[in-house]
Design a binder for this molecule. Structure first.
Ligand code: ZN
Length: 446
């Protein structure tokens, strides 16, 4: 199948470089959960794939929520008494609290102070703050700069609008043989934060580009959405598509050099959970697995009890667990082409197993078939992995009862899926197994 082609033809270094270049282009855009920054960001992806852009009007009820007013920001700064701009949106979009209401005023430091946010424990970093659902305005700056502010009069300008408009999101469906879908979702609403936002978009965009025009078993749905309100909006508007989602991943924080982390779906033992853990455990590097918890990213919405979708979350360093999280240190130096490339390879391997998982039945279930007579016993003698190959053959023959998939066999044998698959194909060629269905255990096998 063609996920195999994607993996075979992949130049990981080049892919990493391209993903990083995408992040670098999107980084300066002033982004939030609505507004022109989101549109400009989605336009960068639409240069590469035919992304469909949806505009959902302000005030639209979506599940228990309402689409908020659209926020746009043109200019924002604080000037000291000499007129010098000491904090300026032009330097970084993190300097302005997201969804700040407009303000134009002169005030004392004491009056300004409640509107200034800093990180005393990380005094050289600018924090990321938002005020989506309550009217407020504010600026973010380093604690060092905050402490250095002198008494006196300051001039403050936030030239923003909060007005009826729409919530914008991007969607792309790449059709496969089946109507059953794999969902790939990433939040696209954070301003200048590279790992928490842009890395997931970079990986998803490259995957969309790589899958377009390929022969696929599943259909693939990509969502580039504002966090929380975006997934809630999509879920509210797409009850039919929700029913077609068989597997899904939220992609976020996939660009930092830390180990890969997989957060299980609410179900915990869905095929996507097992496949993701299998791929990470055979990748030859450190990894972590988290059980589901109702915090984090949009998996919270996909895994809310009414939906309970098989959607996990693929990350490297998990949100809130790295010191750069939600600060100006989550920048383009924090994400690396190598880490992005590695995350992309792992994602492709996960999808490849979903595509290629099959169920078999043994043609000789009574006693072990005689392998030597068929030239299969030590058929690949001399290769260093011979014991693994022998064991993969014995496991495949034993578990090919129509109830166990290749993934079940690989897990049980503690061998890589690819080896199990190669072995099963060899056994099919020798008339010892026949394929009886696709998909994981409990699926087409029955
Ligand atoms: Zn975040």
């Amino acid at each position: 199948m063609s996920l195999a082609e994607v993996e075979r033809s992949l130049d990981v270094q080049e892919a990493g470089r391209r993903m990083h270049a995408f992040a670098a282009r999107a980084f300066p855009i002033v982004r939030s959960i609505t507004g022109d920054g989101m549109r400009q960001t989605l336009a960068l992806i639409r240069e590469r794939v035919p992304l469909r852009i949806h505009e959902v009007p302000t005030g639209t009820p979506v599940l228990d929520w309402t689409v908020p007013p659209e926020w746009n920001l043109r200019e924002a700064w604080i000037a000291d008494s000499t007129g010098r701009r000491i904090v300026d949106l032009a330097a970084s979009s993190l300097h302005v609290v997201g969804y700040s209401t407009p303000v134009r005023a002169r005030m004392s430091l004491a009056e300004l102070r409640p509107h200034l946010h800093s990180l005393p424990s990380q005094p050289s970093l600018v924090p990321y703050r938002t005020a989506y659902y309550e009217p407020a305005w504010g600026f973010c700056l380093t604690h060092r700069q905050l402490e250095g502010l002198k008494d006196g009069e300051y001039e403050v300008c936030i030239d923003s609008t909060l007005a009826p408009g729409s919530l914008t999101y991007g969607e792309l469906v790449i059709p496969g043989e089946l109507e059953d879908e794999v969902l790939l979702s990433c939040h696209s609403c954070h301003p200048a934060l590279a790992n928490d936002n842009l890395s997931g978009m970079a990986v998803a965009a490259l995957l969309a580009e790589s899958l377009a025009g390929r022969k696929l078993r599943y259909s693939y749905r990509f969502l580039f959405i504002p966090g929380t309100i975006g997934s809630i909006t999509w879920l509210a508007r797409n009850p039919d598509a929700v029913g077609r989602i068989r597997h899904g991943l939220v992609l976020t924080c996939v660009g930092d050099p830390g180990d890969s982390t997989y957060k299980r779906s609410r179900r915990g033992d869905a095929e996507i959970d097992r496949v993701a853990v299998h791929v990470l455990s055979h990748a030859g590097s450190g990894y972590a697995v988290q059980d589901f918890f109702p915090y984090g990213y949009d998996e919270r919405q996909y895994c809310s009890p009414g939906y309970d979708l098989a959607v996990g979350c693929l990350m490297r360093s998990p949100h809130g667990r790295f010191p750069e999280y939600h600060t100006s240190a989550d920048n383009l130096d924090f994400i690396t082409p190598a880490a992005l490339g590695d995350s992309f390879v792992k994602l492709v391997r996960i999808l490849r197993i979903l595509e290629e998982n099959r169920t078999y039945r043994s043609c000789h279930p009574y006693g072990e078939p005689q392998l030597g007579r068929r030239g299969l016993y030590k058929a690949v003698g001399g290769q260093p992995d011979t014991p693994d190959r022998q064991m993969s053959m014995l496991w495949a023959l034993n578990l090919a009862d129509g109830r166990h998939s290749l993934l079940d066999m690989a897990e049980r044998a503690a061998l890589p899926f690819a080896l199990m698959q190669e072995t099963a194909e060899l056994l099919v060629q020798h008339g010892l197994l026949r394929e009886i269905g696709s998909g994981g255990s409990g699926g087409a096998a029955t």
